[in-house]
Design a protein around this ligand. Structure first.
Ligand code: AP5
Ligand code: MG
Length: 220
């Protein structure tokens, strides 16, 4: 992959592995991984006004309103560490967000280079998310049976306590997937029209196999 093609979007349903692959890719490419969901969860933990607003939507598995998300994401993309590239996880999620992102990048002479779509079946998404464990301290993600930590309840990376996310209960997960299908799935066609979309990985692939596929696609 050439130096300039590092402005990437990871597109995929809840549980498709965006966070898992972002953690691997950020190390490989040396560009920051930006998850709007993580930004909201940090604000919820700190009890900020943004956190309180976001929580009311996240708890129901609904999208946080465009105006709120767009302001946060575009501001983050103007930080100096995004100068040589970035990896977006969970943004954009609507056509309005994608339009705002494109216009904002163009205004600073930048553009999206690739959109990596991870396609996974609904039942596999539900199975993955309902088994997910997340480190409270560093955010690393595990799965009860597929990707268990070496020591039960503790993070391999930092030793922090593993917990379940508040929106990972099955009914909420199913709503999040419906919301994705209605609002975010159309972005695949949006980016396909712009010749930026690349499909990676089959639903059954392991995280390492998905990562190998992404690296191949990017020509790294
Ligand atoms: P967000 O935090 O972005 O959640 P999400 O999109 O629902 O996605 P997840 O984080 O659940 O899944 P993931 O794709 O990262 O999968 P992971 O790698 O963890 O958003 C949360 C909420 O914030 C939204 O519902 C919304 O309210 C709000 N929000 C955020 N951005 C917004 C926006 N732009 N606009 C409006 N609202 C916004 O993997 C899942 C599990 O599977 C883990 O256990 C993992 O270990 C395991 N796993 C991963 N890969 C594999 C594999 N290949 N095989 C087997 N298991 C695997
Ligand atoms: Mg995630």
């Amino acid at each position: 992959m050439t130096k300039q093609s590092k402005n990437l979007i990871l597109l995929g349903a809840p549980g498709s592995g965006k966070g898992t692959q972002a953690a691997k890719l950020t190390k490989r490419l040396g560009v920051p991984a930006i998850s709007t969901g993580d930004i909201f969860r940090e604000n919820i933990a700190k009890g900020t006004a943004l956190g309180k607003e976001a929580k009311s939507y996240m708890d129901r598995g609904e999208l946080v309103p465009d105006a709120v998300v767009i302001a946060i994401a575009l501001d983050r993309l103007d930080a100096p560490d995004c100068k040589d590239g970035f990896l977006l996880d969970g943004f954009p999620r609507t056509t309005a967000q994608a339009d705002a992102l494109g216009a904002h990048l163009a205004a600073s002479g930048r553009a999206i280079d690739r959109v990596l779509l991870m396609d996974v079946s609904t039942e596999e998404l539900v199975r993955r998310i309902t088994g997910r464990l997340v480190c409270k301290a560093c955010g690393a993600s595990y799965h009860e049976t597929d990707i268990p930590p070496a020591r039960e309840g503790l993070c391999d990376a930092c030793g922090g306590a593993l917990t379940k996310r508040g929106d990972d209960e099955e009914a909420t997960v199913r709503n999040r997937i419906e919301v994705y299908n209605a609002n975010t799935a159309p972005l695949a066609a949006y980016y396909e029209e712009r010749k930026l979309l690349v499909r990676v990985a089959s639903g059954a692939a392991t995280p390492d196999a998905v990562f190998a596929d992404i690296v191949k696609v990017l020509g790294e």
